[in-house]
Design a protein around this ligand. Structure first.
Ligand SMILES: Nc1nc2c(c(=O)[nH]1)N[C@H]1C(S)=C(S)[C@@H](COP(=O)(O)O)O[C@H]1N2
Ligand SMILES: [Mo]
Length: 256
C-alpha cells in the first residue's frame, strides 16, 4: 500500500540513512510505524545538535596571553632559511617582488603583493606555539585574516580545503605544504602573519608570510607561504595526505 506517510515514506527515510527496509517491514502496524518515524526525526535533530556543538567548539578561540608572557627566545624549527637563489633574491629586495598566489576553486584568482596582503583586514594575537618535538613558545602575531582573503577571492561551493604552498624544499626534494579545512580557515584567529612581536616576520620564522592556525600544532603553521590553493580533495597533491608531515604519518587534524 502506497499512502502518504506510509511504507513508501518509511522506505524513503531508510534509503536516506543507507539502511534496508526489508527486515523491518513484517509485522509493523501504523502505530509502531509512526513511532518509528518520530524516532528517526528525533535522531535527525540529535545529529543536527551534535554537528552544531562540534562547530561551536571548533570556533572557540585558542588562549591568548599578555605581551609580557612572550618567550625571550622563539626557536626556529624545520626550515629556518629556504636558501634557494630565488628566495635570496626576494629577501634581498625586502620581498618587493614577492607575490601571494591565490588559486584553485576560487571565483577570482589573485596575485597579491605584500602591501596588498597588509591592506587586508588584520588581527593581532599573542599565543602559544606547540611543536610535537617537545617545545612551546609564546609570541605576538599580526596578519591578514584568512577569512578576509577568502572573501576577497570568493570560494567556490565545491572547495573543501585550503592548501598552503611554501618556498622551501625539504631533504626529500619535495616542497613543504600544509592544509586546513574551511572551518579552520574561517576561524577568527587564523592568519597569514607578516609580523612577529611587532616587527616584520624574521627569515627563521617564515618571512615574508606564514600561517597561524592557533588551535593546531606547530607543523600546521606553514612558513614561507607562496600560494593559497582551494581544493576539493588532496588527490594529486604530493602524497595525497594534506601536508608534508601528514604524508609521513602525522595526523592531518592536529587540533588541540
Ligand atoms: N615552510 C615550512 N613551514 C614550517 C616548517 C618547515 O620546515 N617549513 N616547520 C614546521 C614546524 S614542525 C614548526 S614547529 C613550525 C616552527 O616555526 P618556527 O620556526 O617559527 O618556530 O613551523 C612549521 N612550518
Ligand atoms: Mo614542529
Amino acid at each position: 500500500m502506497a499512502e502518504p506517510g506510509g511504507l513508501d515514506r518509511r522506505r524513503f527515510l531508510l534509503r536516506g540513512l543507507g539502511l534496508a527496509a526489508a527486515p523491518l517491514v513484517a509485522g509493523c502496524d501504523r502505530l509502531s510505524e509512526s513511532r518509528w518515524v518520530a524516532g528517526i526525526l528525533r535522531a535527525g535533530e540529535a545529529v543536527t545538535h551534535g554537528v552544531q556543538r562540534t562547530l561551536t567548539w571548533r570556533r572557540a578561540l585558542a588562549r591568548e596571553f599578555p605581551e609580557s608572557a612572550r618567550s625571550a627566545v622563539f626557536p626556529g624549527n624545520g626550515t629556518t632559511d629556504p636558501g634557494t637563489a630565488a628566495y635570496q633574491a626576494l629577501a634581498a629586495s625586502g620581498f618587493a617582488e614577492w607575490r601571494l598566489e591565490v588559486r584553485g576553486l576560487v571565483e577570482r584568482p589573485a596575485r597579491l603583493s605584500l602591501p596588498e596582503v597588509r591592506a587586508l583586514p588584520a588581527r593581532t594575537q599573542t599565543t602559544r606555539h606547540d611543536c610535537v618535538e617537545g617545545w612551546s613558545a609564546i609570541a605576538t602575531w599580526t596578519g591578514a585574516r584568512m577569512s578576509a582573503l577568502l572573501d576577497r577571492v570568493g570560494v567556490r561551493p565545491e572547495a573543501r580545503y585550503v592548501v598552503i604552498r611554501c618556498a622551501d624544499l625539504m631533504s626529500s626534494g619535495e616542497g613543504y605544504y600544509e592544509s586546513i579545512d574551511l572551518v579552520d580557515a574561517y576561524h577568527e584567529q587564523t592568519l597569514l602573519a607578516y609580523e612577529m612581536n611587532g616587527r616584520p616576520l624574521p627569515v627563521a620564522q617564515g618571512a615574508p608570510l606564514r600561517l597561524r592556525v592557533e588551535r593546531q600544532l606547530g607543523y600546521k603553521m606553514a612558513k614561507y607561504v607562496t600560494a593559497v590553493e582551494l581544493v576539493e580533495r588532496f588527490d594529486g597533491i604530493a602524497r595525497g595526505r594534506g601536508g608534508y608531515w601528514e604524508d609521513r604519518g602525522y595526523e592531518w587534524y592536529a587540533g588541540i
